[in-house]
Design a protein. Structure first.
Length: 131
């Protein structure tokens, strides 16, 4: 699977990239050490669905994310079809607290409609065993 995977740690309501895995041809995404506090990023939207300290950032945003939908689904799919790019964000928990986000990014071809349901189910099952 030609994707980039990032592991982001929740640090007082912002995310810090602590690990990145990719191949030479997978999409360019943030490097370890990058601070993620951009409200338009799927990582912050996902963290904010579960972490109240992050959700406060969206108080003055005209169209905040659908946090309830993210909690129901257990992930966020960010479609950037104009760029032919998709990103998935999955919350990571420790004893019920959102401690981070696992992010996966790839082309629409790599993260195809046919592949997404199985990939999402697989990642959710694996992360459910971590909590």
């Amino acid at each position: 699977l030609d994707v980039t995977v990032v592991l982001l740690e929740n640090t007082r309501g912002i995310l810090i990239n602590i690990k990145k895995t990719n191949s030479q041809s997978s999409p360019v995404m943030q490097e370890p050490g990058t601070i993620n506090d951009c409200l338009t990023e799927p990582w912050m939207k996902t963290l904010s669905a579960y972490a109240s300290e992050a959700r406060t950032y969206y108080q003055n945003v005209v169209s905040p994310p659908d946090f309830e939908r993210i909690r129901i689904d257990g992930y966020l799919l960010d479609e950037q079809r104009s760029r032919h790019f998709r990103r998935l964000a999955f919350p990571i928990f420790d004893r019920g607290d959102a401690i981070g986000v696992l992010g996966i990014g790839g082309s629409v071809a790599a993260l195809s409609d046919a592949l997404l349901p199985d990939l999402i189910a697989h990642v959710k099952a694996k992360l459910g065993g971590i909590s």
